[in-house]
Design a protein around this ligand. Structure first.
Ligand code: PEP
Length: 254
């Protein structure tokens, strides 16, 4: 049985002081046993992780901590980078790897993304591997080819156990931050395609691997998306910045 997961990607928003307030407000909204069916993760910027960790640990909150990126090396001459070990020491549980903004704005390629996925696992955390096609690729009928390429390259060399705990986020690039959402049918079909791919390479581990949809998820569209059998949660950008709105996304069944 796969547990629902709703993860909030704050991107380059929120100082460490904002983060304290956002996490506290979110936890008040989640103070209801109903929410326990969902694993809730927040991904603040690096500079806010320590503050968010302190609030979560001091107040024993149910919220998990995630990072938005990391380097694949453990230490060394990589000016400006953050290693997986630095994140795990801050009680980070999940790291987004291969987000489309990393791929398209910062030029990350599949080989680096695969090294990051492995490094995150080796440090005892879980990667959220983001995959997805651009608008042009979709128009050209290349959605499955692109998603297959991202998934196969990103998971190369993983063990079946690792794939069981892996989280994949299907995020069509044209739906991120644009207000355009894939229809639940289209999103569900691509997520089923990803699970079939995983089953082909990693057997029964595919049944345990969680697949999130991301791309302009909000309180109004989340229920229909979550109803799809191969969608286990959502990766939420803009709608995760306001704790009230994010809590409504998390409580998608109401
Ligand atoms: C994201 O940042 O991964 C994302 C899906 O953003 P948004 O929800 O704003 O489209």
């Amino acid at each position: 049985m796969r547990k629902d997961m709703i993860a909030g990607n704050w991107k380059m928003n929120a100082t460490h002081l904002d983060a304290i307030q956002m996490v506290q407000k979110l936890s008040y909204r989640l103070n209801d046993p109903d929410y326990e069916r969902v694993e809730v993760v927040v991904h603040p910027p690096f500079t806010a992780l320590r503050s968010a960790q302190t609030v979560i640990e001091t107040d024993h909150l149910r919220i998990k901590l995630g990072a938005q990126n990391c380097h694949y090396a453990e230490s060394g001459a990589y000016t400006g980078e953050i290693s997986p070990g630095m994140l795990s020491k801050l009680s980070v549980s999940y790291v987004i790897v291969g987000h489309s903004e990393r791929r398209h704005v910062f030029g990350e390629v599949d080989a680096d993304i695969n090294r990051k996925v492995k490094a995150v696992f080796e440090t005892g955390m879980v990667p959220i591997l983001a995959v997805g096609e651009t608008e042009q690729e979709r128009a050209d009928g290349l959605t499955e080819e692109i998603v297959r390429g991202h998934f196969v390259a990103g998971t190369s060399g993983l063990t079946q156990d690792q794939v069981s705990s892996l989280v994949v986020a299907y995020e069509p690039v044209w739906a991120i931050g644009t207000g355009k959402t894939a229809t639940p049918e289209d999103a569900g079909a691509v997520c089923s395609f990803i699970r079939d791919l995983a089953a082909g390479s990693f057997g029964g581990s595919a049944d345990h691997m969680r697949i999130l949809y991301g791309g302009s998820v909000n309180p109004g569209n989340v229920a229909a998306i979550m109803a799809k059998k191969d969608i286990d949660g959502a990766l939420v950008g803009g709608a995760s910045l306001d704790p009230d709105t994010f809590a409504s996304v998390i409580r998608y069944w109401v």
